[in-house]
Design a protein around this ligand. Structure first.
Ligand code: FES
Length: 105
């Protein structure tokens, strides 16, 4: 399955993500600058913040407690904010659109 990442400047990347891989890892492996993933995916940095395209939000698992408190520390969180290290690809999510914030800090 594929994920589409759209940078704040409009640059768009279509990336193959294996089922079970998280979207932070997939982005950093593909050199997408808008996602940093400083903590390596353990939900303690909020530098993997993404805005999930509204169409896809309902297909995602609910925000976890840790994720919720880290999202408060993200730059400019919105209702559709998630931490991409806490989201794994599934067959259902093929084509998911993730928009990246202007900055992760
Ligand atoms: Fe650190 Fe997601 S990579 S919270």
């Amino acid at each position: 399955p594929k994920a589409i990442y759209i940078e704040a400047n409009g640059a768009q990347y279509e990336v193959d993500v294996e089922v079970g891989q998280n979207f932070m890892e997939a982005a950093t492996e593909n050199m997408i600058d808008g996602i940093i993933g400083e903590c390596g995916g353990v939900c303690s940095c909020a530098t993997c913040h993404v805005y999930v395209d509204p169409e896809w939000l309902a297909k995602l698992p609910p925000v976890g407690d840790m994720e919720e408190s880290m999202l408060d520390m993200a730059n400019d969180p919105q209702d559709n904010s998630r931490l991409s290290c806490q989201l794994e690809m599934t067959a259902e999510l093929d084509g998911i659109i993730l928009r990246l914030p202007v900055s992760q800090f």
